[in-house]
Design a protein around this ligand. Structure first.
Ligand code: Z5A
Length: 205
């Protein structure tokens, strides 16, 4: 595969949406053809699964159902979007991927990490992101920022402690895989955050 697989991650309100277009434009300026996509979602089936996962129609969904729906959407996304783009030499810039599953379903919900690893190996084979930008802010700041938005989805209704476990799992994984991850201090003003992102991308994949 010739394209590069770049993912952006973080807890609630870290500024992924705010920064992803900036990253997209930096990659395009560098002459790359880029497919911008997201999880859960990115395909017609994936977007329907996203509605099941984020909406309130299925409040009380079991943790295992949630995990398996994440990977069902991911299997379709890999088959229809991610692998074809990478094989065509395009970069894929994805708003969340399997690190989010380790953080939210593993750290947040408490599902055994070995169970997630089984699904990761099955659905992805050897494919892993080449570069992951982890936008990190203390949970209280992220929740305060996110609180300025519209009605909370099924995840956004979780409590502070849930997001603290999510954040700690992200940081633990970032430290363990420092070659792939770049931790961005997203508590800083936007121009300082974007300067860090710029430097991380210039550091190469
Ligand atoms: N999920 C999962 O559980 N397992 C999985 O495997 C996957 C996902 C793939 C949907 O994700 C949910 O799916 C997610 C985890 C779960 N649930 N949660 N939480 P999503 O990515 O679509 O949704 P999100 O986490 O809510 O992210 P978002 O909508 O993209 O928001 P954001 O990136 O966190 O923040 P933002 O909208 O860009 O910024 C928030 C506010 O802060 C906004 O007013 C900005 O103007 C402001 N902002 C941004 N940057 C700054 C700085 N630097 N200073 C000051 N203010 C700022």
């Amino acid at each position: 595969m010739k394209g590069r697989f770049i993912t952006i991650e973080g807890t609630e309100g870290v500024g992924k949406t705010t920064n992803i277009e900036f990253i997209h434009s930096l990659l395009k300026e560098a002459g790359r053809e880029v497919v911008l996509t997201r999880e859960p979602g990115g395909t017609p089936i994936g977007e329907e699964v996203r509605e099941l996962l984020l909406g309130h129609k299925h409040d009380g969904m079991s943790d295992d159902t949630e995990l398996l729906l994440m990977f069902a959407a991911r299997a379709e996304h890999l088959d229809k979007v991610i692998r074809p783009a990478l094989e065509a030499g395009k970069d894929v810039l994805c708003d969340r991927f399997t690190d989010a599953t380790y953080a939210y379903q593993g750290g947040g919900r408490g599902i055994a990490l070995e169970h997630i690893a089984v699904l990761e190996n099955w659905v992805q084979g050897e494919l892993r992101p080449d570069l992951t930008l982890l936008l990190d802010v203390p949970v209280a700041i992220g929740l305060q920022r996110a609180g300025q938005r519209s009605a909370p989805d099924r995840f956004e209704k979780e409590k502070h402690e849930f997001f603290e476990r999510v954040r700690q799992m992200y940081l633990q994984r970032a430290r363990a895989e420092s070659q792939r991850y770049r931790i961005i201090d997203a508590s800083q003003p936007l121009d300082a955050v974007q300067a860090q992102i710029h430097a991380a991308l210039q550091g190469g994949v």
